[in-house]
Design a protein around this ligand. Structure first.
Ligand code: SAH
Ligand code: SF4
Length: 380
């Protein structure tokens, strides 16, 4: 049985051609699903009756069971989706005045194992399929339209910054990105879809060729010794190779800069010396430097990380040094604090793999009260 959420438009065309249908039927079906949020073939009134009755026999639209949904007092919404076998992934909607951003997961767990990341601490379970990546977007978008009583599009931006390393799940990621960009799908512009990577160099080159969307690179350290320790993938693709890959990406990119993410860890990577090294690295690399912006992310602590977030004045001082050195630097606002929706907190305790299966089972059979549809208010 084909899962229609696994298909980009070309694949949908091939699928319907296999049923003896013309291309425009695939476009119609694709639009019903992604633009109108239809799930029931009977609702797709402009499809020929014969096709409407045939489709349920050969395909389905597989959504993900929602284990919980939490609404933050600041409007942020976090879903925990069940992807089977004791695995769950998280998706976060972050509303702002001029946009609605969905933070999407690409894997259950992550094999990169960054020291400051709770997903990394859980280890790797498995890659999500294209359908599981897109189900997060499909379910969030159509839930939000209903919830906010809107008929127009609610999600205007997608960031692949949830759980997992998207470029280590490239074959599933690529069709999902195509559906996000497709005018018959979500119609998002390439600059409103961001892939965040810890630096899988060969796949950055492939992304530039296949589907160049906005790129965010998780840097976190200004030298190889420290980055080896924080982001183990650096041992395979050290900073000079990573920055070369950024320079190769830029000509294809929808923006003329790369965003570097830098998680502020107290006493580890937040000293003035680190800011100076970072400036030298990014201004001098390749002779011309790397056109970039830096996003400082306050570290979100989680149990057993052994790390803490830099104090606010330290973050401000670090940002000031970088800005004065000529690199536009912003400090990321944390959103959804009251529901643990910030970076690196995703799926916190539920996904601690040592007890994930038990806990998911308890959530399912109701012996643990799920955090479902609670509106948590920040304590004064
Ligand atoms: N694997 C990809 C995308 C998912 S992580 C990547 O690493 O880029 C998304 C962002 O959250 C990354 O920049 C990551 O470094 C950051 N992050 C992870 N854990 C964090 C934590 N505990 N506090 C703050 N940011 C964190
Ligand atoms: Fe994986 Fe990104 Fe977390 Fe590193 S920060 S462990 S790459 S999800």
């Amino acid at each position: 049985m084909t899962n229609l959420l696994d298909l980009d438009l070309d694949a949908m065309v091939r699928f319907l051609e296999g049923l003896g249908e013309k291309r425009f039927r695939a476009v119609q079906l694709f639009r019903w699903i992604h633009q109108k949020g239809a799930r029931d073939f009977a609702d797709m009134t402009d499809l020929a009756k014969g096709l409407r009755s045939k489709l349920p026999e050969v395909c389905s639209l597989n959504v993900l069971p929602v284990l919980s949904r939490q609404d933050s007092s600041d409007g942020t919404i976090k879903w925990l989706f069940d992807v089977g076998d004791g695995n769950a992934v998280e998706t976060v909607f972050i509303p702002e005045d001029d946009r609605g951003t969905l933070c999407v997961s690409s894997q259950a767990g992550c094999a990169v194992g960054c020291r400051f990341c709770s997903t990394g601490h859980q280890g790797f379970s498995r890659n999500l399929s294209t359908g599981e990546i897109l189900a997060q977007l499909w379910q969030a978008e159509h839930f939000l339209r209903h919830h906010l009583k809107r008929t127009d599009r609610v999600i205007t931006n997608v960031v692949m910054m949830g759980m997992g390393e998207p470029l280590q799940n490239y074959s599933a990621l690529l069709p999902a990105l195509k559906v996000m960009l497709d005018d018959h799908g979500y119609g998002l512009s390439r600059r409103r879809v961001t892939v965040s990577t810890s630096g899988v160099v060969p796949m950055m080159d492939r992304l530039a060729r296949d589907c160049p969307v906005a790129l965010a690179v998780s840097l976190h350290a200004p030298n190889d010794a420290l980055r080896n320790d924080l982001v183990p993938l650096n041992r395979k693709y050290p900073l000079s190779e990573l920055l070369d890959a950024c320079l190769r990406y830029l000509p294809a990119a929808p923006r003329d800069f790369v965003t570097f993410e830098y998680c502020m860890l107290s006493g580890v990577n937040d000293q003035p010396e680190h800011a100076r090294q970072l400036l030298d690295l990014l201004r001098l690399h390749g002779g011309q430097g790397v056109p970039c912006k830096i996003n400082l992310i306050p570290f979100n602590p989680f149990p057993d990380s052994g790390l803490s977030c830099s104090d606010r004045p330290v973050v401000q001082q670090f940002a000031r040094m970088l800005n004065e050195g000529g690199i536009v630097t912003t400090v990321r606002k944390t959103r959804g604090d009251d529901i643990d929706a910030a970076c690196g907190q995703l799926a916190g305790d539920v996904l601690d793999r040592t007890n994930a299966a038990q806990r998911l089972a308890r959530l399912r059979n109701g012996s643990v009260r799920p955090v479902r549809i609670v509106r948590s208010e920040r304590q004064a």
